[in-house]
Ligand binder design. Structure first.
Ligand SMILES: [Mg+2]
Length: 452
């Protein structure tokens, strides 16, 4: 038997996380799920010391956005989070295209935390709060404000202290005289272009609907009529009648309408004190955001589709925002969102966080929320998903309790593991298994320099 150092041998046996400087990335795999509440891909980054980092690709985004990064990360030390993030960030983009880089960044933080035995919020500078306030998003499936108000009231009875609902085009598009629209324009918004595969004609129809929904607001030609704005005001009036005026109520999904219609609607609903009005126009139109915010006392908000801090900067400098709303799974991940929050604070702007995925994404966001001073509320879109907590182990359950998340004092994200039996019951259509080999991504290569 070879002679070994007793202490080393003991360390090797009892603690595989004890050598951070020798930690290496060995593999990356995904599990593509649906219903928690939308589609997303859970991500695992494996190492040579047995510890596994968890991440998640954003709702609605392709797992390919993460897997295409595998060959750029194999053999690296995951504790070099920022260095690796800067290597891969050229492969991310706005909206869902930020999903891969962000998922990887989160998994790297989880690994670094597990390797050194430290919670992520501590690595970001420590706590501003022990509990993270969650706002409960509620899609406006109900035809009347009173009915939606009752749903929101039920959320309040479960302890939520901050709410969000939809108010906009799709609630009135079916009412004759409520929307002025070029012939055929509204039909394109009613189609659902999601899904994959199919015969050529099916693909063509889906792509056509997709193209229609990608027309930016100033170019749709859609306008609320006075009757339409009356109906929307009546809707929020009914909601406030049910839930009262004390609880914050944010507004989303105004629809693909113009800046001018956004101004008309926002002025009309000022007396219902919205916590914010979200994504009224595409975030790229900085000057239009400035005009919108200057025209109304309703706090104006955007950010869930913005990739990287540098794209938030012009909006913040313009004065066009009162609330930013990054999604960690698009923004570039944990450290980038902390930086975005701090930059917003310098401009006197609060940070809410968008989140519509599993407890992995929720925990990543909760660590940033814990460690960022101007944080206001974190989105929770899964109040009606009864298996949401079951995806993971090691966190307090229910994770969202009385409207708050309590971040555990545990290494990394604070999650012990994912539960394969639960995940396997909720696979996306066409997906044949979980954590399947991804060897075909091992040798992906291009000369990745973005300058010469
Ligand atoms: Mg939104």
């Amino acid at each position: 038997m070879p002679k070994t150092d007793g202490a080393d041998e003991a360390l090797n046996r009892v603690n595989t996380n004890s050598k951070p400087s020798d930690l290496r990335i060995t593999d990356m795999r995904v599990a593509e799920i649906v219903g928690a509440p939308f589609t997303s891909a859970l991500l695992k980054i494996y190492t040579n010391q047995g510890i596994v980092g968890l991440g998640e690709v954003r709702d609605g985004a392709s797992a390919t956005y993460a897997l295409m990064l595998k060959s750029r990360l194999l053999g690296e030390n995951p504790c070099d989070v920022d260095r690796l993030f800067r290597r891969i960030k050229q492969f991310g983009g706005h909206g869902r295209q930020g999903g891969g880089v962000s998922a990887v960044e989160i998994a790297l933080w989880d690994l670094a935390g597990k390797a050194y035995g430290v919670p992520i919020y501590q690595m970001l500078g420590g706590k501003f709060r022990d509990k993270v306030r969650v706002y409960c998003d509620t899609d406006a499936e109900k035809p009347s404000g009173t009915e939606t108000g009752k749903r929101l009231k039920e959320r309040m009875s479960r302890g939520f202290t901050f709410l969000k609902m939809d108010l906009g085009l799709m609630q009135i598009a079916h009412v004759p005289g409520a929307v002025a629209a070029p012939a055929g324009a509204l039909e394109g918004f009613r189609a659902n272009p999601r899904g994959r595969g199919g015969a050529l004609e099916e693909r063509k129809a889906r792509n056509l609907a997709y193209d229609v929904q990608n027309v930016q607001h100033p170019f749709t030609g859609l306008h609320f009529t006075e009757q339409g704005i009356d109906l929307l005001e009546q809707y929020i009036h009914e909601v406030r009648e049910v839930i009262g005026y004390e609880i914050p109520l944010a507004i989303d999904h105004v629809g693909h309408i113009s800046l001018q219609d956004g101004i008309r609607l926002s002025r009309r609903i000022e007396k219902y004190v919205p916590a914010w009005l979200e994504d009224v126009i595409p975030w790229q139109y900085t000057e239009q955001y400035r005009q919108l915010q200057e025209a109304t006392t309703v706090p104006i908000c955007t950010g869930e589709d913005i990739y990287l801090k540098e794209a938030f900067e012009p909006l913040l400098r313009s004065g066009g925002l009162s609330v930013i709303h990054p999604d960690l799974l698009t923004s570039g991940g944990i450290l980038e969102t902390k930086k975005i929050g701090d930059m917003a604070q310098d401009h006197g702007v609060a940070m809410a966080i968008h989140m519509a995925e599993s407890p992995i994404a929720a925990m990543a966001a909760a660590h940033v929320a814990t460690a960022t001073e101007n944080f206001m509320a974190l989105e929770y879109h899964s109040a009606d998903v009864d298996w949401w907590d079951d995806i993971v182990t090691g966190i307090p359950k229910p994770l969202v309790k009385d409207g708050f998340i309590t971040v555990p004092d545990k290494p990394g994200l604070g999650i012990d593991d994912v539960v394969d039996e639960v995940i396997a019951r909720h696979l996306q259509p066409g997906v044949t298994g979980i954590w399947q080999p991804t060897d075909h991504w091992d040798n992906e290569y291009s000369w990745d320099r973005t300058w010469s």
